[in-house]
Design a binder for this molecule. Structure first.
Ligand code: SAM
Length: 305
């Protein structure tokens, strides 16, 4: 069943959390000259239009990138994410939102490698076409020529399965983002199985799993199960922009679970997450949580904005 289209959700609060953390993880890997590999097991379309098509339907970007767009008090680490998104919108108007493959491509260097998987037949076409256009644009500007080819490989197929063949990466340095739609509950099981396998093949890799925080049992169990996978360490960060609605609809809360996180990440999150709660929070239930062995909950106090 492939009904999920990320375009409906592009730029929402969950994307802000995911893409901000992704950029932090890649920047950390980029501190050493040695090449690294980034694997996106569930890539989506790569770039989304915010003023046409799917994104217009529920305007979910208004819960995420929208409120951040005009802010002039953004913490430095988050500013880098914001600059990247703004770089996709040279007119200054918020029109395009970069998905994880585009965020990664912008941060990564010529020696690094992107390995992108996407199963949906329409999304993979759009992803390939988006990268073809990007390559042409970069070439026109005399920038890095090798956007695709050896540097970027786009694979039409199952990312959970495809990951097996590319781990460990040649330089033994890498990040894997696992970001399935979770429309079918088997995704929760597959995330765990995939990570257990990947950590045997590449134990020193960094793995980032995005997940929705929902009342369904599989969602509640996922981070607890991931904590039990043998690894050097883990960090779990969640962002809730409000409490659950009485009808139970809508996504108000999501998390990033990182296995083998860089030691710098927790301090950066402690600086940025209170800001995200303040700016994106909709009511007094807005909060973040960071766990890395010990749990801390920060609740928003006082009126919102
Ligand atoms: N990572 C993207 C981003 O942050 O911009 C968003 C990805 S979206 C949440 C999930 C994507 O996974 C969808 O485009 C869906 O078609 C795709 N998908 C679903 N099952 C898949 C599978 N087994 N392997 C690869 N892609 C899959």
């Amino acid at each position: 069943m492939l009904s999920y289209r990320h375009g409906f959700h592009a730029g929402n609060h969950a994307d802000v959390l995911k893409h901000f953390v992704l950029i932090e993880l890649l920047n950390y890997l980029g501190q050493k000259d040695t090449a690294y590999t980034y694997v996106d097991t569930h890539s989506g379309a790569g770039l989304y239009s915010l003023d046409t098509g799917y994104a217009m339907k529920n305007a979910e970007y208004e819960t995420g990138i929208g409120p951040l767009w005009e802010r002039d008090d953004v913490p430095a680490a988050l500013q880098e994410y914001l600059n990247l998104v703004k770089g996709m919108n040279p007119s200054g108007k918020m029109r395009y939102y970069p998905g994880s493959p585009y965020c990664a491509n912008e941060v990564m260097r010529s020696q690094d490698r992107l390995r992108l998987f996407e199963l949906h037949p329409s999304e993979i076409k759009i992803l390939s076409e988006n990268f073809r256009k990007l390559e042409a644009h970069k070439a026109e500007q005399g920038e890095r020529q090798t956007v695709r080819g050896k540097r970027i490989m786009i694979n039409a197929g199952d990312g959970f399965e495809g990951l097996k063949a590319i781990l460990p990466p040649p330089s033994r340095r890498g990040l894997v983002l696992i970001d399935p739609p979770y429309e079918v509950k088997d995704d929760y099981r597959r995330v765990k199985v995939c990570l257990e396998d990947a950590l045997v093949r590449f134990p020193t890799g960094t793995y980032a799993v995005w997940y929705p925080v929902l009342s369904r049992i599989e969602s509640k169990q996922l981070p607890e199960r991931l904590k039990r996978i043998p690894a050097n360490g883990w960090l779990n960060v969640t962002l809730s922009i409000s409490g659950p609605t009485p009808d139970g609809f809508g996504l108000h809360s999501s998390g990033m679970f990182i296995i083998n996180p860089p030691w710098t990440l927790e301090a950066t999150l402690r600086e940025v997450m209170p800001y995200l709660v303040r700016v994106l929070g909709k009511d007094v239930s807005a909060k973040f949580e960071i766990e890395s062995g010990e749990t801390e909950t920060v609740r928003m106090k006082g009126p919102v904005r």
